[in-house]
Design a protein around this ligand. Structure first.
Ligand code: NAD
Length: 353
């Protein structure tokens, strides 16, 4: 990357990055710079939320002049880093990706790459024309188990791959948090849940299928449970005022308030307050007034809570994928791959993506 060089596999100059979107993912990725300062240095941050950009500014000692309220302000400046980490909401990926590519920045772009195929093509074209590296945040590709499955397949250990069965248990409170009350609940504001949540999984099935093209797809899903008609009798509109909240698995009191009382301030608690240091008071306020305190049967959600995808690839390889919200396990994916040698590759990943 540009002027960054490596000697014997070791970076001699850290890659200078600007974090575009200092929310949950921007924070996660830039944490790598704290662990490996010899490899990565955060030299700029852009985010409209003051508390979010200030947190990263302080953590990485970024000079004031490199702190921005939005991504276009970074574009207006002369290029001052090697790469950008684009961690903005789903519908705000294409514009910054194209603009930063044209400016000559290498890019780590969060998944989903974009919400339409047309926008994905525009991003690829801009990166190709500028000759910059584009990497999309399909982080599961780097999971050791996923990698091992691919190595075993490529080494022919199970013969030709005949069938891939892959299951993603999203987790009941994870689903309620992100896809009923939270940022990915509504397709018009973000994207459909198969793209928002399971693009990792569809990507993995393609990864394991290798060079074979997918020829046929069928898919069905539904917004099965989280609807007004399933609201239990006697339930309130907000969990903190609800008479039957104690018996509800989706109780916001249990998901957020009980956690913060036990000293847990990480995800999902960290996401719901407009502060970098959530406490009982700020979490209570968020549940009384904000989206995360709403009854799960009274939200403006429209994304599927369970979906199946069947795929047929060249050569007859078939794949079956299921995504289900109503599980105790969170993202503990299960995969079984059947091969012509009557061999089986089996794996369980615990990466929470
Ligand atoms: N790779 C994964 O496994 C994974 C996991 C979760 C989320 N994601 C994806 O990462 C992206 C970010 O998700 P998140 O959970 O961090 O969301 P988030 O809401 O916590 O963070 C997004 C940040 O972007 C900022 N932002 C909005 N407009 C901006 C602008 N004009 N300029 C600069 N910043 C702006 C917001 O203020 C916010 O802080 C999403 O596309 C999401 O789908 C990927």
């Amino acid at each position: 990357m540009g002027q960054n060089s490596s000697q014997g596999g070791k970076m001699t100059t850290p890659v200078r990055v600007i974090v575009i979107g200092a929310g949950n993912r921007g924070d996660n990725y830039s944490h790598y710079a704290s662990i490996h300062p010899e490899r990565v240095k955060v030299v700029g941050v852009a985010d409209p939320r003051k508390f979010a950009r200030t947190k990263l500014q302080q953590q990485h000692k970024v000079v004031d002049e490199n702190i921005f309220e939005d991504w276009p302000s970074v574009i207006e400046r002369e290029k001052f880093a090697d790469a950008v980490l684009i961690c903005t909401p789903d519908r705000l990926h294409k514009e910054p990706a194209v603009a930063f590519a044209q400016k000559g920045y290498h890019i780590l772009l969060e998944k989903p790459m974009a919400t339409t195929a047309e926008d994905c093509r525009a991003i690829v074209e801009a990166c190709t024309q500028s000759g910059v590296i584009l990497s999309v945040g399909h982080v599961l590709r780097y999971d050791p188990l996923i990698h091992m499955i691919k190595e075993l397949i490529d080494a022919g250990v199970i013969g030709d791959v005949m069938h891939i069965q892959h299951f993603e248990p999203v987790g009941f409170y994870h689903f309620a948090h992100s896809f009923v009350r939270g940022n990915w609940r509504n397709e018009a504001e973000s994207s459909f849940s198969l793209l928002a949540k399971s693009c990792h999984d569809i990507d993995l099935i393609h990864h394991w299928a290798g060079a074979r093209r997918c020829l046929k797809v069928s898919s069905f899903g539904s917004v099965s449970h989280f609807r007004k008609k399933h609201k239990p009798t006697g339930a309130g509109d907000r969990c903190l005022d609800c008479a039957i909240e104690k018996d509800c698995p989706y109780s916001a009191r249990k998901i957020y308030l009980d956690r913060v009382k036990q000293g847990h301030t990480g995800w999902p608690v960290s996401v719901i307050c407009q502060s970098s240091d959530p406490d009982i008071e700020s979490v209570t306020k968020a549940l009384k007034t904000g989206p995360y305190g709403r009854c799960v049967y009274e939200c403006d959600n429209d994304v599927c809570s369970n979906q199946v995808v069947n795929m047929e690839f060249e050569g007859g390889l078939t794949a079956a994928f299921s995504m289900v919200a109503f599980t105790e396990e969170i993202c503990n994916r299960k995969t079984t791959i059947y091969g012509s040698k009557v061999g089986v590759c089996r794996g369980e990943t615990t990466t929470p993506t």
